[in-house]
Design a protein around this ligand. Structure first.
Ligand code: NAI
Length: 714
């Protein structure tokens, strides 16, 4: 396996990173060994005065391959992880102490381990190119730059500035990187290697400042600087408030910087490796990587797309209903280069939908994220209309009219009268069964559910819902369309609430039920946030309105009658709505009172739902809220509503904000341990009711120590 080429000309060695059979250069143990050996040879080579490191790929280098981290390091002990980090560190030390000037000629992105390599060089020159960027994104996956990134950056640009960069996990364009001191020089692409050569020929010092005798970091001067210590203390408080106990990486990074700058470099690098080992062996980093990166990427590449069908592309799409969802769908389709016919009952309504896209585009132009002419071109692709004839030539239609079976049936018929026989018809319904809606269609095999989330332009997830008659060809085409929109698909079978709405309901009902039990509402809200839910269940109910979950309950009662057990929060929601006339934020407040700037829990709650003398712990409340969702997801998988555990996780994290540290609802069960989860559910069922009773499959899994995700795989 070869990772780079090495050429010597005019006493300058050029090491060109070029991992064989790979689109990008990534960090691997084999690469580390090869680099170390190369630098040992270069150090001893009397014909070499200096070294340029560059790349033959469009990018300089990415970091570690996340699939590798997920699959190949799962069995690591803390000692293994420490050694893993120290091996990379030793290679970087070999580069910076080789006694010859080494320059990174950064020809594209240098991220994570790629930028750490550049940091170990004595100079960093980057091309002036829109695709070039440097940065340390490790914090985003629950890790830290564990081969010197925290230590070299702190010494190069100062500890506090470095901390900002390390905690942000952002990528920096060349000009910003230069301003921050992340690189030393920005040059035109054609001058990159000349600039690198010129620097070596200028006879620079071949070592790092931190290897000079008597070197002290700015922050310590040998003693701890007071202002620095105070700033770090404030940061600890800010990070604890922001991440609580759920995300250990930011505090670990802070520890590296704080303790590291007080030590000589080799000791500092050992501190960093210890913190890295702690994070790498913590299931939370692996959870984040599995769901938010690896499985998300696989889903977007069509992991669940039925095979055997040619890839298709939609050139013209019809969007029926230009309300909140239709307008958002029209915008993302136009942004993806698709012609959009946006149809509503009146020209004003259709135009209003187009105006939504205009508003988003104006903001993007103002921010400099989009050129005016590009924005104009996107907007020009949206054609508002009331005329079904305009749908001629559309190969896909997304319906987002009112949530009403009769209206939906009407638009299906009108659209199909104009559409070609092979056009797919997708409903964005949030509650109505796809199979039932497909009854209005003359070609139910082309009928499918595509459940987008609000706001469409910001929410990546799309639930692809299969009706009984939906053909595989339609599923494949729906997947291609979702990929065109740059969204993340999961596959869900047709059942009440589909997947995300169904599980999400358990969260809000559990919250409301606790109010009925006399649990302090503030405790419910805070406990939800402490476990990482983005918003408490009561505040969320105020936003989605109590009418919506109650409507779902009423519909189920109408359909199933006495066999249906209403969910646990329904009695409280009904009293709030009917007795106290408080049903949503929009309607003047429900669990909360609102003024322009803030909200506070409705004081009447204490009287309406008297507080129990004995309050549960925040841990117990948080547990109920997470467990009820995880268990419902397990039921969805067992009932075949979901077909893959990875889809359940993705839907949870991307769809309704189940905490990323868990990796999603099913990864959460794995993290707790299926056996421990089952035992805890049995206890909760005893205390709070049969909704917590573990499923048969969970018990069977617990008996043989099975997991939803094998320990070493996505
Ligand atoms: P909305 O009320 O904002 O928009 C509906 C639009 O459909 C209105 O502009 C209305 O004039 C138009 N419309 C009504 N009858 C029509 C007809 N016969 N022909 C053409 N247009 C017609 O509703 P929203 O929120 O956009 O929801 C639309 C659909 O998306 C519903 O099925 C809803 O359940 C679903 N959905 C809504 C989500 C949300 O967060 N609001 C999330 C996911 C799905």
């Amino acid at each position: 396996m070869s990772y780079f080429t090495l050429n010597v000309a005019d006493r300058i060695a050029t090491l060109t990173l070029d991992e064989r059979d790979a689109a990008v250069n990534t960090v691997s143990p084999e690469w580390i060994t090869a680099m170390r050996e190369a630098f040992e040879r270069l150090k001893a080579d009397e014909d070499v005065d200096g070294v340029i490191i560059t790349s033959a790929k469009p990018g300089f280098m990415a970091g570690a391959d996340l699939k590798y981290i997920l699959n190949e390091t799962a069995h690591f002990t803390a000692r293994d992880a420490f050694d893993f980090s120290q091996r990379a560190t030793a290679m970087h030390r070999a580069i910076e102490t080789c006694g010859k000037p080494v320059v990174a000629a950064i020809n594209g992105f240098a991220l994570g381990g790629g930028y750490e390599l550049a940091l170990a060089c004595h100079r960093r020159i980057v091309v002036d190119d829109a695709k070039a960027a440097v940065g340390l994104p490790e914090v985003n996956v629950g890790l830290l730059p564990g081969s010197g990134g925290t230590q070299r950056l702190a010494r190069m640009i100062g500890a506090l500035k470095a901390l900002d960069v390390l905690l942000a996990g952002a990528s920096y364009k060349p000009a910003d990187a230069l301003a921050l001191g992340l690189v030393d020089e920005v040059v035109a692409r054609e001058s990159l290697l000349d600039a690198a050569r010129a620097w070596i020929q200028s006879g620079p010092e071949a070592g790092q400042p931190w290897d000079r005798r008597g070197y002290k970091t700015k922050e310590t001067h040998g003693l701890l600087d007071n202002a620095f210590a105070n700033a770090m203390t404030a940061q600890v408080a800010a990070l604890s408030a922001r991440y609580g106990e759920n995300y250990p990486a930011p505090l670990a990074i802070l520890t590296c910087v704080y303790e590291g700058v007080q030590c000589p470099i080799d000791g500092a690098l050992r501190i960093e490796s210890r913190q890295f080992a702690r994070l790498m062996t913590d299931p939370r980093a692996r959870n984040i990587i599995r769901t938010t990166f690896v499985n998300k990427g696989l889903a977007e590449k069509g992991a669940r797309r039925p095979g055997g069908f040619e890839k298709t592309k939609v050139a013209k799409v019809g969007v029926l209903g230009a309300g909140m969802m239709g307008a958002g769908i029209a915008y993302v389709a136009a942004d993806a280069g698709i012609e959009v016919v946006l149809l509503d009952v009146s020209v004003e309504a259709a135009e209003k939908g187009k105006a939504y896209a205009r508003k988003i585009l104006d903001k993007r132009v103002q921010k400099g994220a989009k050129a005016q002419d590009a924005a104009d071109a996107i907007l020009a692709r949206i054609a508002p209309t009331t005329d079904y004839a305009a749908l001629a030539g559309c190969t896909a239609v997304v319906e987002a009219v009112f949530e009403d079976t009769v209206i939906k049936a009407d638009v299906v018929k009108k659209a199909e009268a104009v559409l070609g026989a092979d056009a797919i018809f997708a409903s964005n319904t949030s509650t109505l069964p796809i199979t039932q809606l497909a009854e209005a269609s003359s070609r139910p095999e082309n009928f499918i559910g595509l459940h987008f989330f609000s706001p469409v332009e910001r929410m990546d997830l799309v639930e692809v819902i299969l009706g009984r008659a939906t053909s595989d060809a339609t599923v494949a085409r729906a997947f291609d369309f979702v990929a065109q929109l740059r969204k993340t698909p999961i596959v869900v079978n047709d059942a009440r609430g589909f997947y995300t709405s169904r599980v999400f309901q358990t969260f809000i009902h559990e919250g409301a039920a606790m109010v009925g039990e006399g649990v302090a509402p503030a405790l419910i809200e805070n406990a939800a946030k402490m476990v990482g839910m983005p918003i408490g269940p009561l505040a969320l109910l105020d936003e989605v309105t109590l009418d919506l979950p109650l409507k779902i309950v009423d519909q189920a009662i109408a359909e199933e009658g006495a066999t249906y057990t209403p969910p646990c929060g329904a009695p409280v929601m009904r009293r709030m709505k009917d007795e106290f006339k408080r049903s949503s934020r929009k309607a003047g407040g429900a669990f909360y009172d609102y003024d322009e700037k803030s909200k506070r829990l409705w004081p009447g709650l204490a009287e309406a739902f008297p507080r129990a003398a004995q309050q549960p712990s925040a841990e117990e409340v948080g547990k109920r809220l997470l467990y009820v969702q995880a268990l419902e997801t397990a039921r969805c998988l067992e009932e075949g509503v979901l077909t893959h555990a990875g889809d359940g996780d993705l839907g949870a994290v991307l769809g309704w904000g189940f905490p990323a540290w868990t990796g999603g609802t099913l990864s959460f069960i794995d993290t707790v341990g299926v056996g421990a989860f089952v035992a805890e559910c049995d206890r909760l069922a005893q205390a709070h009711g049969p909704r917590f009773t573990p499923t048969a499959q969970l018990r069977a899994m617990a008996a043989v120590n099975e997991r939803f995700h094998p320990a070493c795989a996505a």
